[in-house]
Design a protein around this ligand. Structure first.
Ligand code: AMP
Ligand code: MG
Length: 411
């Protein structure tokens, strides 16, 4: 497959074009430096997965709260083994053994049960032979084996989760384990979405054959919601300065503004002009990537905005690689990442150097192999639905033989 027809590079630039990583760093640094902590709300655990934590969480007790057995077997004194021991009782998870394990004694113990006083090791039931109240253990035991000491996972009052973490299911488990049924999280940023273009009609409308339905606002809304924002769809901005300004002014009421289209060099691409008229500061307006070269990032009236190129693939990709980072930071998230693992190409691939390319691809079920998806350019939505990833071709490398490792951005 061959990609990379010459893209028009003759547009007037307000800022020098940046490489992919320069542009991403610029977004992250600019937003990180300027953002303020979002408002906080308290919610129940059942709705907290995926939300961003707005408080530090401390363990309310040691974890485990007592030394616990991690096997079914016998609680013993390691020094007594090998040997035959007298079984003086049994202890299950959820109860405590009242007595003490003395010399030559053992207590039958279940996984999760507290280790009785006097015992310093657990021997697995598989290595024991029981006859009435006697148990024979032929092997020796290391002191502490199969025992999780009190507090080995976390100590009481220790901070176990930090504010700014996006809560995953393990975090939810830990909040539950430490008795937090309610938790403080940041309010999700409102993200205004404005599609632009005289050719664009709303989804419910029947388009003339020269018109296009507004798919970008919908894909962006889905991406925003997945990234932890609340999408707010505004009406399509017509390609006039007046109407585009009216929509942008409304959009700047949100925490973040996303525009699609109207940022190329065409006569009717008025987005930058309108933003400039509103006194916007531009951090970049072109990035050496494809799809998505004409890409505007700036701030107006204290709000960050992205002017994403209008071709559907460009809109989707530039949101994922740039706007999502801004949104996550505005959402209060501390750690942000763009995971691009390596996968092996199932066929050779080449492109024209100069741009970092993000091209629709199919990642195998195990994630190990990647195949480019045939497509007809940035407007090919059907091809994008067949892709489950983008393969990421480096700007300075043209040839990728079959079997070569290449970076992949899962979709
Ligand atoms: P533009 O960047 O405004 O020149 O738009 C480039 C192309 O992207 C247009 O010709 C349309 O084909 C397509 N496009 C722009 N906006 C949308 C939209 N909201 N939904 C779907 N396609 C769009
Ligand atoms: Mg347009």
């Amino acid at each position: 497959m061959d990609y990379g027809q010459a893209a028009p590079l003759d547009r007037i630039e307000t800022v020098v074009p940046l490489t992919f990583s320069e542009a991403r760093d610029a977004v992250i640094q600019t937003v990180r430096a300027a953002r303020q902590a979002p408002a906080v709300e308290e919610i129940g655990l059942e709705g907290a997965g995926g939300r961003v934590l707005a408080e530090d969480i401390a363990a309310d007790r040691d974890s485990p709260a007592v030394a616990r057995s991690v096997r079914d077997g016998y609680a013993v004194r390691a020094i007594d083994l090998p040997g035959e021991l007298q079984v003086i009782g049994e202890v299950r998870a959820g109860e405590r053994f009242g007595g003490q394990v003395g010399p030559g004694q053992a207590v039958e113990i279940m996984t999760g049960a507290p280790v009785p006083e006097g015992a310093d090791a657990v021997v697995m039931v598989e290595y024991s032979k029981r006859a009435n109240d006697l148990v024979r253990i032929d092997g020796s035991a290391e002191p502490h084996q199969f025992i999780n000491p009190q507090g080995c996972e976390a100590a009481a009052h220790e901070t176990v989760l930090h504010s700014g973490k996006r809560l995953d299911y393990a975090d939810i488990a830990m909040l539950a384990a430490f008795g937090r049924g309610q938790v403080k999280v940041y309010r999700q940023p409102a993200v205004a979405i404005i599609a632009t273009g005289d050719e664009i009609v709303e989804v419910e409308q029947l388009p003339e054959e020269f018109q296009i339905r507004n798919s970008n606002a919908r894909s962006l809304a889905a991406q925003v919601a997945r990234a932890g924002g609340t999408p707010q769809l505004l009406p399509v901005a017509r390609d006039t300065v007046e109407h585009t300004r009216e929509m942008i002014e409304r959009g700047l009421a949100a925490d973040l503004l996303l525009l699609s289209g109207g940022v190329s060099a065409g006569k009717y691409d008025v987005v930058e002009e309108v933003l400039a008229g509103l006194g916007a500061e531009f951090f970049f307006d072109r990035v050496l990537i494809q799809p998505g070269q004409p890409l505007v990032f700036g701030r107006a009236r204290g709000k960050f905005f992205f002017g994403l190129p209008g071709n559907p693939a460009s809109t989707m990709v530039t949101f994922e690689i740039f706007a999502r980072a801004a949104l996550e930071l505005l959402a209060g998230q501390e750690e942000i990442g763009l995971h691009m693992p390596l996968a092996r190409l199932t066929r050779e691939f080449h492109h024209r150097i100069g741009l970092t390319r993000f091209l629709p691809a199919r990642l195998s079920a195990d994630g190990g192999a990647v195949t480019p998806v045939e497509w007809h350019g940035s407007g090919d939505i059907p091809a994008l639905t067949r892709a489950n990833a983008y393969l990421v071709a480096d700007a300075d490398r043209a040839e990728y033989p079959r079997g070569e490792l290449i970076r992949v951005l899962p979709k």
